[in-house]
Design a protein around this ligand. Structure first.
Ligand code: CAA
Length: 678
């Protein structure tokens, strides 16, 4: 028997324990261990009941994702079927986060007892997969097709109490009593005769679901958004229909073929890449658990504008008190007012109580005196993006902040090394680049200056976790990773527009690719004045001059109705025409959808390759994560670098050359050698 699974027999009860840290994933050793355990339970006459439990923090959290895209052998589903078919009662004792294959294993057991603080879910859809170990067949039979689809299409876990109410588990007990409760249940069952409840044979729900012809339409309506662009939700629907309409064995055949189709798809390849990439960003070579951290118990933020205010909220939400500094009382009042309004809006939605709003506001103290920052552990500067102003702020700050305090800039493109040189503690200086709105966006770029110490970088990365954000390490360059990466995308979209490709076609192609909005509509949303320097004679500059600032004022490229639906603005088209003529640009025939897609994405891939080649990002996966979390790049495309690998690097090199763009050396080398980024 594999050591990942052990069996001990006490008073006629086989206790099967899974031990495969960190999350007891159902890798090969666990599956074959369970398979052998099932044989033993079947054949050993001294065993009259069995309990399947797990050591460590959780019952299995799923299949071992690392084994994909191969179909694992022995297959989970076959092992679970064997367990369900046993003639002796088998109880799953569930704790932690019982996910994917873990929950499918539990559903194959005849009874389930769960710790009251545990969670259960089928998150496969988030990996572009479906619950392929009979999950699509057993869950609808246990809790009904509609509730089962709710879990499978959202991928979100449910709490133990909800699982009990739904009929997914038979009993919940405090975690400390879980083993004892399972043994008590097993002892009682040994004394009982009669058939064992097998989810695969339960027809109560399938009969009810068959009598409800609107069921699947209703589900499509409720979960419509989760179907957009991705293929797994439809496959899940197909399988659950089979569960409702067909006998278990035939449903299993449908599930297996759909699972294998998804496992071989580009979408699951991309999403599995993203799963690992998200977890890898926090790992920095040379920095480990032994690297000392600076204890951040209080924070100062300079600037109470949109960024400063949002950052203050992040810390307040994490329970870290903030001193917010402004130069003028009215700016401070405005900033604090916006923060209060944001919290009150959250309270209106029922996600905060009035008392919580007050206590969050109490943790943010406004001040006009930078001297008040003399006792904080970390200061983040979030003032106007001018090097001259930042030089002054950091020179003064260095004299005020206590020794050992970290000084950070939230600049989105300025030189952190130059800023650090304004201080006598360049080793304590780094960039902490938040994305707007800072209290919402999940990405934190931690920018490592030439002299930033390991301890300061380790603290910055840890801060990401404290603030519930994904930290990605970047080196100093214009725009760091995310903004530098997406700059060519924005430039290319403007050039296409200028040459005569309609804005709505450019945007439609990128929506079709999976972005929530295209690049032109995005500029309107950000605000054309925000991205334009005063006096600029570009398209955006001319639109701002004509008082067209985007969605917030008079429309921008588009005119907007009261529901914020945009139509291309005749006034904007006029301006585009004038800028075209003024710059002597010749209009060209509109580009095809494929030309738009490659024209926008190839330059991004090329920039990503340069970012990697220059060591600005540690790994291609980090670039993908910044694009996904910072720019809402569709995760099922894997981010630009993973997309490039799937799309084909030689095709991209040839395409760039055709556009007159020189491919980066790294991209060219990988394309020529048959290599890949991810
Ligand atoms: N397979 C392999 N490795 C896994 C894993 C899995 N299913 N789940 C987690 N891990 C690894 C992570 O990669 C991470 O490894 P490193 O420490 O080397 O980075 C480690 O376990 C800890 O994971 P987290 O950092 O995510 O820890 P956490 O405590 O924040 O979260 C968790 C734990 C909630 C279980 C989370 O890891 C998670 O959601 N895991 C994925 C669950 C999932 O998607 N299961 C379905 C798998 S597909 C399936 O089961 C198909 C089927 O039907 C047969």
């Amino acid at each position: 028997m594999g050591e990942a699974v052990t069996v001990s027999v006490e008073n006629g009860i086989a206790i099967v324990t899974i031990a495969n840290p960190p999350v007891n994933a159902l890798g090969h050793s666990v599956r074959s261990g369970l398979d052998k355990a099932a044989d033993r339970i079947d054949s050993d006459v001294d065993i009259r009941a069995a309990i399947i439990r797990a050591d460590g923090s959780t019952f299995p959290a799923g299949a071992d994702i690392g084994e994909f895209p191969n179909v694992p052998q022995p297959f989970h589903g076959d092992v679970f079927d064997k367990i369900e078919a046993l003639p002796k009662p088998v109880i799953a004792a569930i704790h932690g986060t019982t996910l994917g294959g873990g929950l499918e294993l539990a559903m194959a057991c005849h009874y389930r007892v769960a710790a009251d603080d545990s969670k259960m879910g089928l998150p496969e859809v988030q990996l572009g997969l479906l619950p392929g170990a009979r999950g699509t067949q057993r869950l609808p039979r246990l809790i009904g097709a509609e509730a089962a689809l709710g879990m499978m299409l959202s991928g979100k876990p449910i709490a133990a109490k909800k699982a009990l109410d739904a009929g997914l588990v038979d009993k919940i007990v405090p975690q400390a009593e879980l083993d004892a409760a399972a043994i008590e249940m097993a002892t009682a069952l040994m004394a009982k005769d009669g058939p064992l409840p097998r989810a695969s044979q339960d027809s109560n729900w399938t009969e009810k679901d068959r009598a409800d012809p609107q069921l699947f339409d209703r589900v499509r309506e409720t979960h419509g958004r989760s179907f957009r662009g991705v293929i797994a939700p439809n496959a899940i629907l197909t399988c659950v229909k089979a569960a409702v309409e067909l006998p278990f064995e035939q449903g299993v055949e449908v599930e297996s073929s759909e699972f294998e189709r998804l496992l071989a798809s580009d979408q699951s390849r991309a999403l599995i890449h993203v799963f690992y990439a998200m977890r890898e960003t926090a790992k920095v070579p040379g920095i480990g658990k032994e690297t000392p951290l600076v204890d951040i118990k209080s924070v100062g933020i300079i600037g109470a504008g949109t960024m400063g205010g949002g950052i203050a909220m992040c810390f307040a939400n994490a329970g870290i008190p903030v001193k917010l500094v402004e130069v003028k009382q009215d700016a401070l009042d405005r900033g604090l007012g916006v923060i209060r309004k944001n919290y009150e809006n959250t309270a209106k939605k029922g996600r905060l109580t009035d008392d919580q709003v007050e206590s969050l506001m109490d943790s943010i103290t406004g001040t006009l005196a930078m001297e008040d920052l003399s006792d904080v552990d970390l200061v983040i500067e979030a003032v106007f993006e001018s090097m001259e102003i930042k030089e002054k702020v950091f020179t003064r700050l260095d004299a005020i902040a206590k020794p050992g305090a970290i000084l950070a800039s939230n600049t989105s493109f300025l030189d952190i090394d130059h800023i650090a040189a304004m201080t006598k503690r360049p080793e304590m200086v780094l960039g902490l680049h938040f994305f707007s709105p800072a209290n919402v966006m999940p990405l934190l770029e931690v920018v490592r200056g030439e002299k930033s110490s390991d301890s300061v970088i380790a603290t910055g990365m840890k801060l990401g976790k404290t603030l519930r954000k994904t930290p990605v390490l970047a080196r100093v360059c214009d725009g760091f990773i995310a903004n530098r990466l997406m700059f060519p995308y924005m430039v290319a979209s403007q050039n296409m527009l200028l040459r005569g490709t309609p804005m709505q076609e450019i945007d439609a192609v990128m929506r079709q690719y999976g972005f929530a909005m295209g690049p032109i509509a995005l500029l309107d949303l950000i605000g054309l004045d925000v991205i334009t320097f005063p006096g600029e004679t570009t398209m955006t500059g001319e639109l701002v001059k004509a008082e067209r600032r985007g969605q917030k004022l008079n429309g921008g490229f588009y005119d907007y109705d009261e529901k914020r639906r945009g139509t291309p603005s005749p006034a904007a088209l006029d301006i585009i025409d004038k800028v075209r003529q003024a710059n002597g640009v010749e209009a060209a025939p509109p580009l095809s959808p494929d030309e738009i897609l490659t024209g926008l994405l190839y330059p991004v891939v090329n920039e990503g390759a340069k970012i990697l080649e220059e060591g600005i990002a540690l790994r291609a996966g980090d670039i993908d994560v910044t694009a996904i979390l910072g720019y809402n790049w569709p995760s099922y495309q894997g981010g630009p670098m993973c997309w490039a690998d799937i799309h084909g690097l030689p095709k991209i090199v040839a395409g760039l050359e055709k556009m007159g763009i020189e491919p980066s050396a790294l991209l060219a080398e990988k394309a020529a050698s048959g290599g890949s980024f991810t």
